[in-house]
Each structure stands twice: as C-alpha cells, then as structure tokens.
Design a protein around this ligand. Structure first.
Ligand SMILES: *Cc1c(COP(=O)(O)O)cnc(C)c1O
Length: 430
C-alpha cells in the first residue's frame, strides 16, 4: 500500500507548471527525500493530506499558527473582515489598532509599518538603516536567514569577515560586496567586520531559527549592542520567526539588549501574509512620506491580514501563561526525543525557547552554523521519513526550528515521543 499515492500524483502535476512543484523551495523535501504530502486541510494541531493521512503538525506553516489550524477566533475575525472588502489601498482603522497592540509592548519602539512578508520587512529595515546612517555596508551572520532580498542572499566568500559573495545567481556581486559575514555567537568575528568601516547596521536573528534553533548568548548580544553603539551602527533584531513565538515580546522579552529596529512577520499575521518593522519615532521618520527613504505596498496593511493579526495578538496578550505552557510542551517533546535517541545510542542535542524547539543529531551543543553543519543530516532524513510515516510532520530539514501550538495536547506530545522512539529503533537497527 502506498500511503502517499495521491500526493505523488499531485506533485508530478505541480512539477509540470511550478518549478520544483512548489512555491517555496524547502517544501519540495529536497533535503529529506520522498514526496511532500499535499495538504487538504488543517484542524488544531493536525493537518490532513489528500490521501487522508493525519499528521501532528510541528511546522504550523513555519511558525505563524501559534493557535494551530482553524482557530475559531482568528477565523471569525477574517470572515468578518472579508465581508467588508478584501483590500482598499487606503487607510483603515485596523492598521492603527494592530500597530498600537504591538508598539505598546516595546518601550523602544514608537512606530511601525506593515508590509506583506518577512522578506519585505527585513529588506526595508536594511534600506532604512542605510538611509538613516548614510552608510552602505551591513553585517550579517552566517546561518541566519533574513528572507530572499538581494543584499541578504549572501554567503561567506573565501572566509569570514570578508565581503560576501552572492548565494544565488541573479544577485549582483556589486551588491553583496556591501554585506559582511560574521560568525554567530563570536564577537571577535564581528569586530573584524567592523574594521571594514562604513557599517550601517548589524542584522541578527537574536534567537536563530533558520540553522536549526540556535539562540544567541546574552553575553554575545550585550557585546554586539556595545559594538554597534560604539560604531554608530544600528542593531536590527530580525524577529520574523522569534517574535511572539519565543515569548510575547520575542527575544526582546528574553534579552536585556535593546535593538534599534525590529522586524516581525509570521505570528503577527496569524496565518495571513503580514510583515512589519518598527523603531523609534526618530528612525521611522526617515521613512516615506515623512522622510526620504522609499517603501510602499499595494496590499500592505490590508484589512483581512490585519484582522487575522489582531485576533492572534489580542488572544496572546490576554493569555499571559501561554508561553510557559507551550515551553513545557516543547521541553517535554525534546526530552522525549533525546531519551529515545540515547536509548538507541544516537547523539542528540536539543533546545527550546517558548514555543520554538530544535534538535540536532550531534554530540556537541550547536552555537553557530559551523557547529550546525556537523549534524548528521542523513540520519535526520531517515528520521523525518519514519516520523512522517507515523503521522508526525516535522520540518523537512535539520536546519529548521519546530513549533508547538496551543491546540497540541499532552497526548499529542506523547504520541510524537512514541513515534520518535519507534522511528529511531527502525532506522538504527541492522
Ligand atoms: C521567515 C523568515 C524571514 C522571511 O519571511 P517571509 O515571510 O518568508 O518572507 C525573514 N527572517 C526570518 C528570521 C525568518 O524566519
């Protein structure tokens, strides 16, 4: 019996009209093998594929769905909004309301602007930092992902602290030469980058979720802040993933460090396409139409997306215990995975922050991308397949974080742990 038959057909058909059969590359399962299940619907903690298989969903659309699928409050808000019109390209009160909900959580943020994706939010934050500082160079960290805009699709050239080279054809090296690459959790590598001068900003995922889950140490973030202040460079926290995920205030709620600009996405749209970036009134006043730095968007702040975001955020804010409850589940899941690995003699390291979790098949605690590269990706691929076969949907790469949603029960966590134990026994025997 082939439990993925319909998905295989659908994938072949998609392949004919969409490059790789997908609208975002990771979805093609390239790094784990097999066919991606085509999803028919979701409900709470579960997704159902078109073959009728049910999965406990630890991806949750890569982060946005902190309340799981089809949360009735968010759904009702969206349905209400759609009845009044999908988009006007004109101001609506919902934008101000959602902006206020976010701004009031962050003493250092006075204003923000909504866009339609995390990529757009970060791209504009970088433009703003360059515009405000009058400088061109930026520093990013190897292994951090900030969306697919040109300046940020950069890989290390001949070594760190050199000017980056494009990580994709189509990105001019004239552009990426302004992006310097440093090593995560390694302040000396940042100091070296600053020697190049003309640094507009440093951008970091303060809790990295795009090389697996790799949090920055407090000590590192403090030193980073000091360096930025010393060099008059802006510090950008890219909290597109960690925002409203790691805690209500994201990494800003966990670290004492105050960034100059923060970017959000994922959770703030509650499953609809929303991104945002915010900063002090002074910095934001450089943005068009108040200032000269240009940015625009036809569907930016559209009322349907705002309604979904508002419903999510209001729900999060009225449930202060959500993050510790989600974290308890994340810890339980990770301890269960680790025990299962240990019992079959496989090394695993795990971590969690609020509703985010991560694990590596690795001996060593992962502090940066070099460490992450040491993980056993072949074993991960087998584990992923085996878990999928047991109805557990994990991110299809060992360089991704996992997500807990409020609709996950203790039974769901237990089932996933049992599946992990069975999967590890299956793939390590013989
Ligand atoms: C997902 C993500 C982005 C890009 O957001 P999109 O909505 O996919 O464009 C940027 N930064 C971080 C940290 C992310 O996790």
């Amino acid at each position: 019996m082939n439990r993925y038959e319909k998905s295989q057909q659908a994938f072949a058909q998609a392949y004919a009209v969409i490059p790789g059969g997908v609208d975002s590359p990771v979805r093609a399962f390239g790094s784990v093998g097999g066919t991606p299940p085509f999803i028919a619907r979701g409900e709470g903690a579960y997704i159902y594929d078109i073959d009728g298989n049910r999965y406990i969903d630890f991806v949750q659309s890569w982060g946005p769905l902190i309340f799981g699928h089809c949360d009735s409050d968010i759904q009702d808000a969206v349905i209400d909004a759609t009845k009044k019109g999908l988009s006007f390209g004109a101001p609506t009160i919902a934008e101000t309301t959602l902006a206020n909900e976010i701004v009031e959580l962050f003493p250092h943020i006075d204003k923000l602007r909504f866009v339609s994706s995390g990529t757009e939010a970060v791209m504009t934050a970088i433009r703003l930092a360059r515009g405000v500082s009058g400088r061109d160079n930026i520093i990013k960290f190897v292994g951090c992902y900030h969306g697919h805009s040109d300046s940020l699709l950069v890989q290390a050239g001949s070594g760190l602290a050199t000017f980056g080279t494009p990580s994709s054809p189509g990105v001019p090296s004239d552009l990426t030469k302004h992006t310097l690459l440093a090593r995560y959790n390694d302040i000396d590598s940042v100091k070296k980058c600053f020697e190049a001068g003309d640094i507009a900003c440093v951008i970091i995922e303060p809790i990295a979720g795009n090389m697996g889950l790799v949090p920055a140490s407090e000590e590192f973030l403090v030193a980073l802040r000091e360096l930025c202040t010393k060099h008059n460079a802006l510090l950008i926290f890219d909290e597109v993933m960690s925002g409203f995920r790691a805690s209500l205030r994201g990494a800003c709620g966990i670290s004492s460090v105050v960034p100059d600009i923060v970017t959000w996405g994922k959770v703030i749209g509650g499953g609809m396409p929303v991104g945002a970036f915010g900063a002090s009134a002074k910095i934001m006043s450089s943005l068009s139409p108040e200032g000269p730095v240009y940015q625009a968007g036809t569907l930016s702040g559209n009322p349907v997306a705002m309604a979904a975001g508002l419903a999510s955020l209001q729900k999060l804010k009225s449930n202060p215990n959500i993050y510790s409850e989600l974290n308890q589940k994340a810890i339980k899941l990770m301890n269960g995975f680790k025990d299962a690995a240990t019992s079959v003699g496989v090394d695993m390291v795990t971590d969690s922050r609020g509703s985010m979790f991560g694990f590596f098949f690795s001996k060593k605690v992962v502090k940066n991308f070099d460490d992450a590269l040491q993980n056993d990706t072949v074993l991960f691929g087998k584990f992923h397949q085996a878990m999928l076969g047991r109805g557990v949907y994990l991110a299809c790469s060992s360089f991704e974080a996992g997500f807990i949603c409020t609709s996950m029960s203790d039974d769901d966590i237990n089932s996933a742990i049992i599946a992990a134990r069975e999967s590890l026994i299956e793939i390590t025997k013989g």
